[in-house]
Design a protein around this ligand. Structure first.
Ligand SMILES: [Zn+2]
Ligand SMILES: [Zn+2]
Ligand SMILES: [Zn+2]
Length: 136
């Protein structure tokens, strides 16, 4: 675990700090997208500002992406490794389970190309699928 955390931080050019290690460990232990509340619950001593800064730096460096699944709480998930600084490629479907409330990255399903009337230009697209996950 620690080894993987250090490797990810090194690859992302992020200075290794205790907070970054701790927050990244929470992501590696999670099997679904998580909210800041989940991280705060796991690391009860973390202060909120530090946590937001840490998440922002992770997102900027292509380590995590944010997901808005309609539940009013932004969720975050690890990127699958092809994201770089300021350049994310997370065009996969997100699945929101109506039973457990968890949201999962479905890397196998990519967001379909949407055809639009002329004059419209896509900058990013996301697909949230609601249903029952394979654990419920
Ligand atoms: Zn990404
Ligand atoms: Zn579920
Ligand atoms: Zn995702």
């Amino acid at each position: 675990m620690t080894e993987k955390v250090l490797k990810l931080l090194n690859q992302s050019d992020l200075r290794i700090t205790a907070v970054r290690k701790d927050v990244l460990s929470v992501f590696l232990n999670a099997d679904c997208a998580i909210t800041t509340a989940t991280i705060e619950a796991a690391l009860y001593q973390i202060d909120r500002i530090t946590l937001y800064r840490t998440l922002k730096s992770f997102e900027e460096k292509g380590l995590i992406h944010s997901i808005n699944d309609g539940s009013h709480n932004t969720k975050y998930a690890l990127c699958e490794g092809h994201c770089d600084e300021d350049h994310h490629h997370d065009e996969h479907v997100h699945f929101h389970c109506n039973a457990c409330g968890n949201t999962f990255c479905i890397e196998e399903s990519s967001v379909p190309t949407i055809s639009l009337p002329s004059g419209y230009r896509v900058e990013n697209a996301s697909v949230i699928v609601n249903g029952i996950c394979n654990k419920c």
